[in-house]
Design a protein around this ligand. Structure first.
Ligand code: PMP
Ligand code: GLU
Length: 400
């Protein structure tokens, strides 16, 4: 007898991973798919980081680690937060987990009670709403469409907060939109939050280093709310280490203890070898981070200009960070494909592009933003040129 708990039945599968899986399946059938679905750097992990992992094995760093991570890694993270972000955390306030995803979920599970409201600006990364649902919380969304630069305003935030609000989930630079909040915009949000002392702020800064407009700004910098801010970050995006699975939370001591308790029963400390690699990433030269950032910026410029030239039907905002473009595709909805089916929504469009153009993207609906499409440009110039060419052909084949 199959019996799946209500909790897991209520959970939607991850659309980013599903689309990437579909793209891999088509590739396995011999179809030449250009994959712009999953968001991960296409670069190899830098050599000195790989070497640190090899050294970790050779020096027998192969035993269970402390549940919140090796002390030396947490010291490296505390130093990074002080050096780069002017955020001062004791090592006891930092917990390392299996990627930023794990720590986001651990924090949500540790602070949200059934029925608690969690404010999520939309569009948002696929997993936020699902994590809240898993915890039994109630997602309360704020719409931030393209006209607002995909950013919420202070008055929208004020209007969304109620007596039941427990948490705000903020992501800057943003997946899926590439929007980056300025210091002033964050200050305005912090002013609102100052008036609501029961609201915690979960600040997902995983794209910190993939920023094309200047220095990263964390909402954790505002002293009036800093004791309620939980910073989430990790090595996946900055150091091209998605498969190593190292991320962390830095926040109030009581919460770090709760997250550690959860990990103690659920996962233990994460891979000792990956932890040593992450420590090397934080402790060594940061040149590799800047080199990759520059490559992403060049690709951003390339994909934006290619799309503007070849697919003018898409409405596009030039992203300020991360490695996604998030065009509005409503001009294409209602059109008919050469085989006679109607593109009713962004999901149909993503499937049409996958099946006919062999380009994998993710529908905006997966991010709570119907009528948009997400394209990851963390891939080669050749792939980007080919993908845009194919999208243009497929789009031009659509009829009224
Ligand atoms: N937050 C956002 C916004 C992301 O895009 C990702 C990447 N999937 C994550 C968190 C998780 O990153 P990881 O678990 O690889 O550290
Ligand atoms: N951040 C990536 C994305 O959004 C990774 C996939 C995932 O974990 O969702 O595509």
């Amino acid at each position: 007898m199959e019996h799946i708990s209500d909790r897991i039945q209520a959970l939607a599968p991850s659309a980013t991973l599903a689309m990437s899986q579909m793209s891999s399946e088509l590739k396995a059938q011999g179809i030449d798919v250009v994959n712009l679905s999953v968001g991960e750097p296409d670069f190899a992990t830098p050599q000195h980081i790989k070497q640190a992992a090899k050294d970790a094995i050779d020096t027998d760093c192969t035993f269970y680690t402390a549940v919140p991570g090796y002390l030396s890694l947490r010291e490296a993270i505390a130093d990074k937060l002080a050096r780069e972000n002017e955020l001062h955390y004791d090592v006891s306030q930092i917990v390392v987990g299996n990627g930023a995803k794990h720590e986001l979920c651990n924090v949500v599970m540790s602070v949200v009670n059934p029925g608690d409201e969690v404010v999520i600006p939309m569009p948002a990364w696929v997993s936020y709403v699902q994590m809240v649902i898993l915890a039994g919380g109630k997602p309360v969304t704020i719409e931030a469409p393209l006209e607002q630069g995909f950013k919420i305003t202070a008055s929208q935030l004020e209007a969304a907060i109620t007596a039941r609000t427990r948490l705000l989930m903020l992501c800057s630079p943003s997946n899926p939109t590439g929007a980056v909040y300025t210091r002033d915009e964050l200050a305005a949000l912090a002013d609102v939050l100052e008036r609501h002392p029961n609201v915690m702020i979960l600040s997902d800064e995983i794209y910190e280093h993939i920023n094309y407009v200047g220095h990263h700004e964390s909402i954790g910098q505002f002293h009036s709310i800093s004791d309620r801010v939980i910073v989430i970050n990790g090595v996946s995006k900055a150091y091209a280490m998605t498969g190593w699975r190292i991320g962390y939370m830095a926040g109030p001591l009581w919460l770090a203890r709760a997250v550690s308790k959860l990990q103690g029963q659920y996962t233990s400390g994460v891979s000792s070898i990956a932890q040593k690699a992450a420590e090397a990433a934080y402790r060594s030269s940061q040149d590799c981070v800047e080199q990759m950032r520059q490559a992403f910026e060049r690709r951003r410029d390339l994909v934006v200009s290619l799309l503007q030239e070849q697919v003018p039907q898409l409405q596009l905002l030039t992203p300020d960070g991360a490695f996604y473009v998030f065009p509005r595709v409503t001009a294409l909805l209602g059109l008919t494909t050469p085989s006679g089916s109607v593109i009713a929504d962004d999901n149909d469009l993503a499937m049409y592009l996958l099946r006919e153009a062999h380009v994998a993207t993710v529908a905006g609906s997966a991010f709570g933003a119907p009528g948009y499409l997400r394209l990851s440009y963390a891939t080669s110039d050749d792939n980007l040129r080919e993908a845009v060419k194919r999208i243009a052909v497929a789009v031009n084949a659509l009829k009224q």
